[in-house]
Design a protein around this ligand. Sequence first.
Ligand SMILES: Nc1nc2c(c(=O)[nH]1)N[C@H]1C(S)=C(S)[C@@H](COP(=O)(O)OP(=O)(O)OC[C@H]3O[C@@H](n4cnc5c(=O)[nH]c(N)nc54)[C@H](O)[C@@H]3O)O[C@H]1N2
Ligand SMILES: Nc1nc2c(c(=O)[nH]1)N[C@H]1C(S)=C(S)[C@@H](COP(=O)(O)OP(=O)(O)OC[C@H]3O[C@@H](n4cnc5c(=O)[nH]c(N)nc54)[C@H](O)[C@@H]3O)O[C@H]1N2
Ligand SMILES: [Mo]
Length: 761
Amino acid sequence: MATPPRTEQVIDPVFVEPPDFAAGAPAVRSVLDSLHRKTGLVTGAAALLRMNQPGGFDCPGCAWPEETEHRKRLEFCENGARAFADEATRKRVTPEFFAAHSLADLTMRSGRWLNEQGRLTRPMVKKPGADHYTPITWFSAFELIARHLNGLDSPDQAAFYTSGRTSNEAAFLWQLFVRVYGTNNMPDCSNLCHESSGTALTQVIGSGKGTVRLSDFDAADAIFVLGQNPGSNHPRMLAALERAKQNGTKIVVVNPLDEPGTRRFRNPQRVDGWVGNGTELCDLHIPVRVNGDVALLKGLCKAMLEMEAQSPGKVLDRAFIKEFTTGFEDFAADIASTAWEAIETGSGVSRALITEAATIAAAADNTICCWAMGLTQHVNAVANIQEVINFLMLRGNLGRRGAGACPVRGHSNVQGDRTMGVWEKPDAIWLERLGTEFGFTAPTSHGYDTMDCLRAMDAGKVRVLVAMGGNFVAATPDSGYVEAAIRKCDLTVQISTKLNRSHVVSGNTAIILPVLGRTEVDRQPGGEQFVTVENSMGVVTASRGRLKPASEFLKSEVRVVAELAVATVGTRSAINWRRLADDYDLIRDHIAKVVPGFAKFNDRLYDDGQIELPHAVRDQREFATASGKAEFTVHELPALNVPVGQFVMTTIRSHDQFNTTVYSDNDRYRGISASREVVFMSAADMTDLNLQAGERVNLSSGDGEATRTLSGFAVVPYRIPRGCVACYYPEANPLVPFDAVATGSNTPAYKSVPVRISRAI
Ligand SMILES: Nc1nc2c(c(=O)[nH]1)N[C@H]1C(S)=C(S)[C@@H](COP(=O)(O)OP(=O)(O)OC[C@H]3O[C@@H](n4cnc5c(=O)[nH]c(N)nc54)[C@H](O)[C@@H]3O)O[C@H]1N2
Ligand SMILES: Nc1nc2c(c(=O)[nH]1)N[C@H]1C(S)=C(S)[C@@H](COP(=O)(O)OP(=O)(O)OC[C@H]3O[C@@H](n4cnc5c(=O)[nH]c(N)nc54)[C@H](O)[C@@H]3O)O[C@H]1N2
Ligand SMILES: [Mo]
C-alpha cells in the first residue's frame, strides 16, 4: 500500500556526538532564530512576554504547569517559543495557493512542507472528483456539513475527532453538540497518548489523573523519570528538576536512550546557565531495553522487598499498605516467585543496577514517578503504569506531599478536553447531568475511539469525520491502511490552523475550516473573550490571545462549533448556541453546573485567575475503586515477542517537532542534522549486521501481503540497548501495525514494533 511521501530531497544525515547538556545558550539562539524567521523579532518577542503569564495566553505547546511560586518574567521554553512562532507565522495559505497546487501535487509533499506554507485563511472545499480545493463561504460550508450529517442513516455513522489543543469552552460545546446530534463517537488524540495512564490509574487508584502538584517537586527526595524526554518535550520541567536537584533530590532516569535533556541542564534563564556547567540532573540512568519496564519495575519492587526482609519495618510503609491498599499478599508472592534471571533478561538491566535504583527509592521518604509515552504506547502499557503504582505504594507514596504519580501530559489541554466530556465512553452520571442542564436525552451507548473509528471507516460504517484540530491521518499507525480508510469516507472536515496531511488525504468531499489560534485576539459580540485550559496537574487557567488574527476570515473554535450546531441540530434543540458563542462566560456557567470541581467557575477565575481541581487521592487518600482501596496488581512479564533476527523499534520525537509538525530535520540533543530518515542502532548490532555508519537500510514489519516497508533509512550508531532500534515519529508510522494495541486502553503500540532490517540495495 502507498505510504506518505518522504522529504522533498534525499539528504544524508550528519551525526555527531550528542551534547551532554540541555538548553543553555543554543536554546536561546534557537528561540531568537524561530522568532526572526517566522514572526518578525519585535512582534514575536513582545507577544512571547505574555505567554504563560497572568492576563496572557497559555503556551500552545505541552501541558507542563506554569510556575506560580517561582514564576519568571520569561515563563516559556525553547520549544514553547517554537510552537508559538509556528502559529504566529507571517506566511499564509490563500485561495490562490490552492488554485496553484492540485491535490495530486499536495499529496506528494512532506508534512514539513505543508506546515511551512503558513496559516490557513479561508474555508475551502474539495468537491467529489475535484483535484483542487476551492473557496466556499462559511455559511455554505456549515450547510453542506449539516446536510451530510443529517443525511446519514444514523448519527453513529459520523465521528468527531479532537486534538488536545482545544480550549475547555470549545471542548464542552463540542461534546454537547455531538451528543445532541446523537452519538458518542468522539475519538481523540488522548486515545493515542495517555489513555493507558487514565485506564491504569482509574482501575487501581480510582482516578485517571496524576496525584502531584508542581510544589511537590520541591519536597521530593527521589524523582523517577520513566519513558519521558523532558529536555525536548517538556523543557520547563527541567527547571523543576533543577530546583529539586539543588534541594538534594535524587533523580533516576529509566530510558533506553541516555537523553541529554535529562543529563545536565543549563538554565537559560540565569547567567550561569549561559556560560557555566549547568546542573547535573541525573543521578542514575537505567538503560532499560525497549518495553523492558514491567520487568524493571518488578525488579525494583523485588529489591525493595528483599531489603525489607533484611531490615524489617525499615523499607515498606506497612501502615499505608494495611489501611489504604488491597492485594499486597498476592503481589508480594508473585514478586517473590519472579526470578532475578527473568527480570534481568526482560529488562536488559543487571540486578546490581536495579538494586542501586531501589536503594535510592528505599532511602527516600518521598518519591515521585513521572512518565510519558515510553510507558504508555506498548501492548502491555496498562501493566507498565500499574507496576509504577505498585512501586510507589510500597512506601506509601500516594496522597502525601512530595510524593505521587505524575503522568506528564502531551497537548496543552488534552487533560481538560477529557474533563469537559470529550470521551467516547462517558459514564451515565455525566450524561444525566448534561441532559438535565440542557433538556435533552444524551445517547448512552459507547462510541468509537480512534482505532475503532478507523476500523469502522474501513468497513464503511463511519462515513463522515469532523476533526477539531490535529492530524488524524499522520498521527495514527499503519499509514497505508489509515489513508485507504479515510478515502472511503463521504466527507471529512478539518477545523485547523495549519495545513497538514489530513487535508490532502481526505474523504470524497473535504472541507477545511480555518480557526483562530490560542495566541490570537478572539472578539465576539459579547466583547473580547478568553478561554481556559487545564494543565497536567489539574490547574485550570485563563488564556487570552494577544495577536492580531492571521486573517479576517477566521472564526474561533467556539464559534465554529456553535454554527455547526445551529446548522445541524438548530431546529431540534432549544439551546441558544449563538448566544453561548457571543459570551464564553455563559459556557463557563454551564460548565460550573455540569462538571464536578468547577462550582463558581467564573467567579473563581476572575478572582484568582485559576482554579485547582480537587483530587481525592492527592487530597484525602480516598480511592474510588471497586474495593474502595488502592489496589496492588499482578502482571506477567511480557513475552519478548521479537522473533530472532528482528529488532524492536521504538518511535520518538526529535527536539525540533511538535507531534506531526516537523520544524526542521535537525535533532540537536541527539547530534543529528539534515535528515530525519535515520535509524538509531547500537554499534554492536551494526557490527553483527556488517553495517557502516550512514549506510542505507530497509525496515519492514508484518508478513506476506501485510508487509510494510520503509526503504533507504540511514543507520546512525547510538547508545541504545542491543536488539532495539529507534526511528522518528511520524516518519516511521507506516511500519506500526494496526492491530498491536495496548490491552485495556486500545492505544497503538507505537513504541514496540518488531522490525526486520536489511541493507538497501
Ligand atoms: N517540543 C515538543 N513538545 C511536546 C511534543 C512534541 O512533539 N514536541 N509532544 C507533546 C505530546 S502530545 C506528548 S504525548 C509528549 C510526549 O513526550 P515524551 O513521551 O517525552 O515523547 P517521546 O519522544 O514519544 O518519547 C519519550 C521517551 O520514551 C523513551 N522510550 C521509548 N521506548 C521506551 C520504552 O520502552 N521504555 C522506556 N522506559 N522509555 C522508552 C524514548 O527514548 C524517549 O526518550 O510531549 C508533548 N510535548
Ligand atoms: N509513531 C508514533 N505515533 C504517534 C505518537 C508516537 O509517539 N509515535 N504519539 C501519539 C500522540 S502522544 C499524540 S498526542 C498524537 C498527536 O496527534 P494529533 O493531535 O492529531 O496531531 P498534531 O500533530 O498535534 O496536530 C497538528 C495539527 O493540529 C492543528 N492545530 C494546531 N493548533 C490548533 C488549534 O489551536 N486549533 C485547531 N483547531 N487546530 C490546531 C494544525 O492544523 C496542525 O497541523 O500522535 C500520536 N502518534
Ligand atoms: Mo500526546
